[in-house]
Design a protein around this ligand. Structure first.
Ligand code: SF4
Length: 464
């Protein structure tokens, strides 16, 4: 087991866009700040493409936003329009700078840059079709498929090319793209991945995967791009087109459980407050006798607060997270490997000793971190360790832009709750029910994707 790797499904990307009619506006600087706010959605590579009305310049690289961009790189990207991207890649093959986004091509629309969050379920067949027609590919990204489809429509107006391309895509996609003098945003017909839009002053429009990146910059009039909507922004302002019915909406419920930042608002609901409601619901469904409620840092914190409020059991900081253990942490040599998780999370022994402790985590995927966490709490002297999970068992893989292990590696795919309890070594293991999750999120079940819990996939896995 990797002693440091956190056992969670991983969001694969975050996107950002800005378009201003103020020619003096430094879009690269705003995008840098926007990507900082979205860093939790992807930490392996990032990039910013900037348009100045005539051309588009691009800088991208492997690493965090703070590692890839400094003052010099931002100064070399002049212009009032930009799109940016943060990315997490799933395989070693994908972990190459060439796959970092935005992608930039030269086509009959001039330069075209594009960044994508999600996963096309028909990417493979589209790629094959394009290759059969003579297209060559440099990357393994879905974004390159999309950009090729747009570029192929070179003899018609851009707006029409975007509409025709949109109609070919299946699955989950939130896209921002730009030419030197326009920007566009798309959200797939089911609105699976989030994409919001806001305004800064009267002359600047923004797109972002999460509202935290907009509110951080002082944006106002923030609204979500609707499922099936395309917004094109030019110097005449934004123009909205509804390209598909919203009736098939299936927003990813896991954004509320884990992916999104607590200060973001999704579908009109603040993520922290939804997580608190989930914690309250868990306390109603699974009453417990305990001395303390603690959170698996940091993603369990909001739910743990809700659980404590509802149950009357005091909330405490039982595990302290070292925030500076990042991607580049070197795995300790074998004899020290057991220290890996302790370097990341250290328990407060004086608080835990002799106590019956409930630890709230948002989910269990492989269970590897859960085993270590229970061990840590026992070593710290906890009298009882009860693990409460703020979601139903995670049983099925995701095909919509989230990196999850194969069904064989998903603990709940092949073990009962009692078997999982024994595997993680807890005295009690309790999950939130599906009905309880729906009640806490407060949106109609038929407007959400819940496939990783229910196996009910909103879109066929065409190419899988
Ligand atoms: S399968 Fe799960 S993680 Fe994937 S989009 Fe649906 S709810 Fe989200």
């Amino acid at each position: 087991m990797d002693g440091i790797r956190i056992d969670k499904p991983r969001e694969e990307c975050g996107v950002f866009g800005i378009y201003s009619t103020d020619e003096a506006l430094q879009a690269a600087h705003f995008t840098y700040l926007g990507l900082y706010a979205l860093q939790h959605r992807g930490q392996e590579s990032c990039g910013i493409a900037v348009g100045d009305g005539n051309t588009i310049r691009l800088h991208k690289g492997m690493g965090l936003v703070s590692e890839v961009f400094g003052g010099e790189q931002l100064r070399d990207l002049p212009g009032p329009h930009a799109v940016g991207h943060v990315r997490y890649s799933t395989t070693a093959d994908e972990r190459m700078v060439i796959n970092a986004q935005p992608l930039l091509v030269e086509c009959s629309f001039g330069r075209l840059a594009l960044a994508h969050n999600g996963e096309l379920t028909n990417a493979r067949s589209l790629r094959r079709e394009l290759m059969d027609q003579g297209s060559a590919f440099q990357t393994t990204t879905d974004s390159e498929v999309i950009i090729n489809l747009i570029a192929r429509h070179g003899r018609i107006p851009l707006e029409e090319a975007l509409k025709r391309t949109y109609a070919r895509l299946r699955g989950a996609f939130a896209v921002v793209g730009m030419t030197p003098d326009s920007m566009f945003g798309w959200r797939d017909p089911s609105g699976m991945r989030p994409l919001a839009m806001g305004r800064l002053r009267s002359d600047t429009y923004l797109f972002a995967s999460e509202t935290c990146a907009l509110s951080n910059l002082g944006a106002e009039d923030i609204r979500e791009i609707r499922p099936g909507e395309m917004v094109i922004i030019t110097d005449k302002g934004p123009q909205s087109y509804q390209l598909a019915e919203e009736s098939t909406q299936a927003f990813c419920v896991f954004e509320y459980i884990y992916f999104a930042r607590p200060d973001s608002v999704l579908q009109g609901r603040n993520v922290h407050l939804v997580r608190k409601a989930i914690g309250r619901q868990l306390a109603i469904e699974q009453p417990a006798q305990a001395d303390l409620v603690i959170a698996a840092p940091d993603s369990g914190t909001s739910a743990a607060l809700g659980f404590a409020e509802q149950s009357g059991i005091p909330f405490e900081i039982g595990l302290v997270k070292n925030r500076y253990v990042g991607r580049t942490f070197i795995q300790p040599e074998r004899s020290l490997r057991h220290l890996g998780v302790k370097i990341k999370f250290n328990p407060i022994d004086a608080l835990l000793r002799g106590k019956r402790v409930i630890i709230i985590d948002d989910s269990i995927v492989r269970g590897t971190t859960s085993v270590k966490t229970v061990e840590l709490l026992r070593e710290a002297g906890a009298a009882e360790v009860m693990m409460y999970i703020a979601s139903p068992p995670y049983i099925h893989p995701c095909y919509y832009g989230i990196d999850t292990p194969s069904p064989r590696e998903l603990l709940a795919n092949n073990k009962t709750v009692e078997e999982i309890r024994r595997y993680v070594g807890a005295d009690k293991l309790a999950y939130l029910s599906m009905d309880g999750l729906m009640a806490a999120v407060g949106l109609p079940a038929d407007k959400l994707c819940t496939a990783c819990f229910t196996g009910s996939y909103p879109h066929p896995k065409e190419d899988k």
